[in-house]
Design a binder for this molecule. Structure first.
Ligand SMILES: *[C@@H]1O[C@H](CO)[C@@H](O)[C@H](O)[C@H]1NC(C)=O
Ligand SMILES: *[C@@H]1O[C@H](CO)[C@@H](O)[C@H](O)[C@H]1NC(C)=O
Length: 558
């Protein structure tokens, strides 16, 4: 279906330029327009959902009730949203000692409304993941929040609950991942070259060293915070920090395998923030191949230079590696634009959306420049050199502390951006963004509506067991019987600082059959039998027809 893809043409090289005036004016035009988006015919649409939700969405997590928990930090000073019932937070270390405003909200996707929530400690640069039962378990932060564990149950009247000393170490800029036994592992954080579990068992009441984090630490600059972590089908963890990766057996505290560094040697983790995804796992194959894609970041030295007012061009490359190969090698690809602080989201059809960020500088206070307003689709299964497709731009820069997550209906929720150390709406390059937008990738363009499947059953939320056969009924508006149908399940990720923790897409494969005497179809798929491949919990399930996904339904794998 190549109409789906409007390929990016490389900028035509100006043919003969012998007139120095033309060259000069072109030069100035280039400078002028270098901050503007490329405006070729592209797909996808933007919509403003809320001009202000009162806080800057720095962290986001979609829950099984189609509500999104968001929060920024409690030491920002008063937000633009009051806490209900005269509640106030007292924090002697914050800018404002008594703060009666909210720093967290619950956003209702279906109704497009929100309500304030009350976090009781500083959640700044924290991390989290959703437990098997759908509860968000969220850890760490700054000062009052550095060893906290917080839980949020998905219900329309619930609020945060906090456990004072739930962590053994301070965790600021750590990465969490859900484990097959339902616990989560919490890895690293500033000056923490170790990991721990939550909740803890008798055998895990301690910190476990992870020298890899010390080895990838670029002195005071770090470049290895918020490491990229993915649970592998063999039970190990793939951990990427700075410019290289290991396969790690967390049960034996042992490095199983060391992968080569990305050939250009450039850092990809905070503050040289790029991002990464584990590409879709295809479960209908004999053995599961695993590929990881890392994109963007900032060259070595960018952070130091940015602090001196020199904003280096961001990295323009992605690196892809098949980690299940005997001799895995990074294969480099070039994005349409350089990009730092880029979010990478797995879409229901297995493609990847690159969204948010800038093309110069780094992450950190006021250190990013040249916002990149166009999202880019990455066509996972296209041949090398034909994978990037530009999407229509937004008008709002989404720089440091911006967020993006996939919603069940296939749209992408985009929020946040606050490179300023306080809420600041005037006199700064990138004012604090309190708005929420929705980006609809080109698969939601009306021209594809005759392809779009609509799931008839099971009814959402559906309960399924590991290894169970599941029949999924759907209709397709077009007259022609659907071909190339697959079913995918996606775990809702915890997004902050351009990384989506616990992002996982399983392609369950399948073939569709027309139900006798009707225009309805059915596919039968098998829910993975392995807790390692598919940790228990809530997933969004999609029927995908030639790259056009249905609206998802919630399934609970238990
Ligand atoms: C936030 O509140 C401040 C102070 O009341 C106000 O000046 C500002 O316009 C508000 N900003 C937004 C985006 O709502
Ligand atoms: C916003 O930033 C500007 C420029 O640094 C500064 O002058 C101003 O005081 C800041 N405003 C607030 C509310 O912090």
């Amino acid at each position: 279906m190549h109409t789906l893809q409007k390929q990016i043409q490389s900028t035509p090289k100006a043919a003969i330029m012998y007139n120095p005036c033309i060259i000069l004016s072109l030069f100035f035009a280039l400078i002028l327009f270098s901050a503007l988006p490329l405006t070729e015919a592209a797909g996808g649409r933007w919509r403003m959902l809320q001009k202000s939700v009162g806080i800057a969405a720095m962290h986001m997590q979609l829950l099984r009730n189609d509500r999104v928990v968001m929060f920024d930090r409690t030491d920002f000073g008063p937000s633009n949203l009051s806490l209900p019932g005269g509640k106030c937070l007292r924090d002697p270390k914050a800018v404002v000692k008594v703060d009666c405003t909210a720093h967290s909200i619950e956003y209702n996707v279906v109704a497009n409304t929100f309500r304030p929530l009350m976090v009781q400690s500083d959640v700044w640069c924290s991390s989290g993941s959703v437990f098997t039962d759908g509860t968000l378990v969220q850890t760490g932060g700054f000062n009052s929040g550095e060893r906290r564990v917080r839980t949020f149950e998905p219900c329309s009247t619930c609020d945060w609950k906090e456990i004072q000393l739930g962590l053994l170490a301070r965790r600021w800029y750590a990465t969490n991942h859900i484990l097959p036994d339902g616990r989560q592992i919490i890895i690293g954080g500033r000056r923490q070259f170790n990991y721990e579990f939550y909740p803890k068992t008798a055998a895990t009441q301690k910190l476990f060293d992870l020298p890899f984090l010390a080895e990838t630490n670029d002195n005071n600059i770090e470049n290895n915070l918020y490491p990229f972590v993915f649970l592998q089908p063999d039970g190990n963890l793939f951990i990427f920090a700075n410019n290289r990766a290991i396969l790690f057996d967390y049960t034996k505290n042992r490095v199983v395998r060391t992968f080569p560094a990305i050939p250009d040697g450039e850092p990809r983790c905070y503050p040289s923030t790029g991002s990464a995804v584990m590409l879709p796992l295809k479960l209908d194959a004999k053995s599961i191949e695993v590929e990881v894609l890392v994109c963007g970041g900032a060259p070595k030295g960018s952070y130091t230079k940015a602090n001196r007012g020199v904003f280096v061009e961001a990295l323009k490359t992605c690196a892809r590696i098949k980690i299940t190969d005997r001799n895995p090698k990074w294969v480099m690809e070039t994005m349409p634009q350089p990009r730092v602080m880029v979010d990478m989201l797995l879409l229901p059809n297995g493609n990847v959306l690159l969204i948010n960020g800038g093309s110069a500088g780094t992450a950190g206070w006021e250190l990013g420049r040249k916002p990149v307003l166009n999202p880019v689709l990455y066509h996972t299964n296209n041949p090398l050199g034909r994978r990037f497709e530009l999407q229509n731009p937004t008008t709002i820069p989404r720089m440091y502390h911006s967020t993006a997550i996939l919603l069940r209906d296939g749209r992408v929720l985009v929020g946040g951006s606050n490179p300023n150390s306080l809420y600041n709406f005037t006199g700064v390059l990138f004012p604090t963004e309190l708005s929420l937008e929705a980006f609809s990738p080109s698969y939601l363009d009306p021209e594809f509506s005759s392809f779009r499947p609509a799931i008839q059953y099971p009814i959402s939320p559906a309960k399924v067991r590991h290894g169970q056969a599941l029949k999924v009924g759907f209709t397709v508006p077009g007259r022609v019987a659907p071909t190339k149908v697959s079913v995918t399940i996606l775990s809702p990720a915890f997004n902050t600082h351009s990384f989506s923790m616990n992002q996982r897409l399983l392609n369950l494969g399948s073939r569709a059959f027309r139900l006798r005497g009707s225009s309805k179809y059915e596919v039968e798929v098998t829910i993975p039998g392995s807790l390692i491949v598919a940790p228990s919990g809530y997933y969004m399930l999609y029927v995908v027809h030639q790259e056009i996904p249905s609206e998802g339904i919630w399934v609970q794998i238990a």
